[in-house]
Design a protein around this ligand. Structure first.
Ligand SMILES: Nc1ncnc2c1ncn2[C@@H]1O[C@H](COP(=O)(O)OP(=O)(O)OP(=O)(O)O)[C@@H](O)[C@H]1O
Length: 304
């Protein structure tokens, strides 16, 4: 029986732009598909707009403080310079990575965070996950207990893949029994053993970055969470895994959670998100419909 083919927004866009060269879709079909995608997206956004908020980010400021920076090359030089100048504490350099960001995310929303390298996307996610303390005068409020294991959550390099799956599940709030029950599903989803049948018994430091990203994604996506955060996972795996993870993101979104995706792949953002927030130099430049924001960002990026 022929499987119904899912056409994704990025495929339609590529076809519209003629990037794919050959495609089996006529112009009329493209127009109809595009209209359908836009209609579905508008419907989902309208529904989500009345849902309760899951994350409220209010005037969020994050400053990294780098101790010992700017005191000379290397810590020994810094230490010597401090002894000579009789300073007791090393110089602290501040990086104001997120500058007064505010937005509200609701159930059922899938939000792409886009922007150049170093613009503050991962820092914003880490702050939502409660991993970085906001400066005074603002903060992040999440619905209920934020059991957020984003794809950026650190797995432990010295532990085996197997142990990391269990620890990751426990960190997401599962019981030991639930973690054990979820184990095989996570390993199967990750398809890690396709690459190496012994992968799960190897320490994570022996994994390629793609393998590690797959396992992180599989752990994070194994549980229906209120807020799922995915940092760059979609750009790391191979094409098959990308498709599979995009599918899972759509399922999670449909189960009324909130999904945040950080990616430099505008195709992945368009396919998985309805809304996008463009961050530049720690500030929000644009927040709205994914196509409008991604178009503006791509236009701006082209101008250099
Ligand atoms: N641990 C850290 N200590 C000090 N500065 C940091 C740290 N992590 C990030 N930064 C700085 O904060 C700013 C924002 O970084 P962030 O990683 O959030 O950007 P990003 O938009 O996620 O970038 P990319 O697309 O490259 O992943 C950058 O100037 C970066 O150098």
């Amino acid at each position: 029986m022929a499987e119904k083919q899912t056409i994704l927004p990025s495929q339609v866009l590529r076809a519209v732009q003629g990037i794919d060269g050959e495609h089996a879709i006529s112009d009329e079909e493209i127009a109809a598909l595009r209209a359908q995608i836009l209609e579905e997206r508008a419907k989902r956004r309208a529904e989500a707009a009345t849902n309760p908020p899951t994350v409220v980010v209010d005037n969020l400021n994050i400053i990294y403080r780098i101790h010992g920076a700017g005191t000379g090359r290397g810590s020994a030089t810094g230490a010597l310079s401090r002894i000579v100048s009789r300073r007791t504490s090393p110089t602290v350099r501040e990086v104001h990575a997120v500058r007064g960001i505010s937005f509200v995310a609701r159930r059922g929303e899938s939000i792409g965070l886009i922007g150049r390298n170093g613009s503050g996307k991962s820092t914003t996610l880490a702050a939502i996950a409660g991993l970085l303390p906001p400066e005074r005068g603002g903060g992040v409020y999440t619905d209920g207990q934020p059991s957020l294991l984003g794809i950026n959550a650190a797995l432990m390099p010295d532990l085996t893949g197997e142990r990391n799956v269990i620890v990751g599940c426990l960190a997401m709030g599962m019981s030991r029994a639930q973690a054990k029950a979820s184990y095989q599903g996570i390993v199967d989803f990750s398809r890690i053993e396709d690459t190496n049948p012994h992968a799960m018994s190897l320490p994570m430091k022996a994994y390629s970055s793609g393998m590690a990203a797959r396992l992180r994604f599989s752990i994070a996506a194994s549980r229906e969470q209120d807020v799922l955060m995915i940092d760059e996972a979609l750009a790391t795996g191979d094409a098959k895994f990308q498709k599979q993870s995009e599918e899972r993101i759509r399922e999670l979104r449909a189960s009324a959670g909130t999904v945040f995706v950080v990616s430099h792949s505008m195709g992945a953002i368009r396919d998985t998100c309805d809304r996008a927030i463009w961050i530049e130099a720690g500030r929000i430049l644009m927040d709205g419909d994914v196509d409008e924001v991604a178009d503006a960002y791509e236009q701006w990026s082209k101008q250099g």
